[in-house]
Design a protein around this ligand. Structure first.
Ligand code: HEC
Ligand code: HEC
Ligand code: HEC
Ligand code: HEC
Ligand code: HEC
Length: 215
């Protein structure tokens, strides 16, 4: 009888079964190793095209984060504002300043300002601002005291361990939804307990299973 499948092929399904996940994991680990340092490092603080300061605008002037990051509660991305938003004030405020020349140019030529991305997860991890904000997790939990930063810098690792630490025990990180952008809010001073918050209709259940964040 002609041998169509030599006997070694009997082991093939097994080899594929074991081999594929190993290859997949190696690929993920490779992507993680080669692409992450620049983006996942705590302290990453790129130079921006305009010396815009959160300390001045969100701290001293007290502008709410959502004045500029106005899509954050609706979409996936926390849009960084276009020049028009800045020009609401800077057509009159400090308009002669050379520090604002790139802003005026971008506005006049209708070109986007080339802000450098600070925080960035790898593509294989899923993240959505909206869900977190609706559950009452404040910006400060993941970005630190942005209102004191002249230049935005990454304060938390945004690693899988960082996400899971909170997902396992979210309660200490919850606040009233009305306070999510308030950088001075303190659970102890406010004597806040999510369980007695009348605005909370349900208990939050952040995903712990792999496919919750790797879809
Ligand atoms: C007047 C407009 C304005 C306000 C108000 C503002 N931001 Fe920003 N934000 C910007 C601009 C412009 C950038 C991009 C340049 C930069 O990174 O500094 C930015 C960038 C950021 C980044 C980094 C984004 C990235 O690339 O990863 C974070 C985080 C952030 N803002 C959080 C906040 C928080 C939290 C508040 C409220 C306390 C706030 N912002 C208030 C305009 C604003
Ligand atoms: C609500 C009004 C308002 C908005 C909106 C606003 N600014 Fe300002 N900005 C100010 C004021 C007021 C100052 C001066 C603050 C001070 O010096 O104490 C200032 C100062 C600055 C300075 C420093 C100018 C200098 O040399 O003294 C820069 C740069 C700047 N803003 C950029 C931006 C950018 C970029 C945006 C949009 C992302 C923006 N601003 C949005 C009000 C605003
Ligand atoms: C639970 C953690 C968490 C909270 C809370 C959070 N952020 Fe973020 N933020 C992130 C992560 C993670 C990224 C990177 C997202 C990516 O790469 O897809 C990010 C990115 C950003 C960016 C860059 C643009 C973007 O969407 O990727 C801005 C701006 C920003 N956040 C502002 C804010 C502001 C303002 C708040 C509060 C209203 C806030 N964030 C609350 C984790 C958080
Ligand atoms: C400080 C606490 C905290 C941190 C840090 C945090 N999360 Fe969450 N996460 C939550 C809470 C609370 C929910 C909402 C659960 C609910 O509404 O039942 C949530 C929900 C989610 C969901 C479910 C959203 C959906 O659409 O189903 C995903 C995915 C998620 N988080 C991913 C991440 C990732 C990725 C990170 C790290 C970059 C992260 N989270 C960091 C608290 C946190
Ligand atoms: C709460 C969200 C979340 C959950 C749940 C989660 N991951 Fe992740 N995972 C992440 C994030 C975010 C990263 C990217 C970390 C970075 O940029 O350093 C990551 C990275 C990884 C990596 C790349 C290597 C590494 O450690 O950074 C692997 C492999 C991985 N996850 C596997 C898993 C497996 C298997 C599970 C289920 C047991 C799981 N993840 C559950 C958020 C999550």
């Amino acid at each position: 009888m002609a041998v169509i499948f030599p006997s070694w092929t009997n082991k093939l399904p097994h080899a594929i079964g074991v081999g594929l996940p190993v290859v997949a994991l190696a690929a993920i680990a490779g992507v993680w190793y080669f692409f992450s340092p620049e983006f996942t490092d705590v302290g990453y603080r790129p130079k921006q095209p305009i010396a815009y300061s959160h300390k001045v605008h969100a701290g001293d002037l007290g502008l709410d984060c959502r004045f500029c990051h106005n899509t954050i509660e609706r979409g996936f991305y926390a849009a960084v504002p276009p020049a028009e938003t800045c020009m609401l004030c800077h057509t009159t405020v400090r308009k002669e300043r050379p520090t604002l020349t790139p802003l005026r140019l971008a506005f006049k030529q209708d070109k986007p300002i080339k802000w450098v991305r600070v925080h960035m997860l790898p593509d294989y991890a899923f993240f959505n601002h909206r869900v977190h904000l609706a559950a009452g997790v404040g910006c400060i939990s993941c970005h630190g005291r942005v209102d004191t930063m002249d230049v935005v810098e990454q304060k938390k690792s945004l690693s899988m361990g960082f996400c899971l630490d909170c997902h396992r025990n979210p309660t200490p990180n919850l606040r009233p939804v009305s306070q999510i952008t308030n950088m001075r809010w303190d659970a102890k001073i406010a004597n806040y307990d999510p369980k007695t918050d009348p605005h909370r209709k349900r208990t939050v259940e952040p995903p712990l299973h792999c496919s919750g964040c790797h879809r």
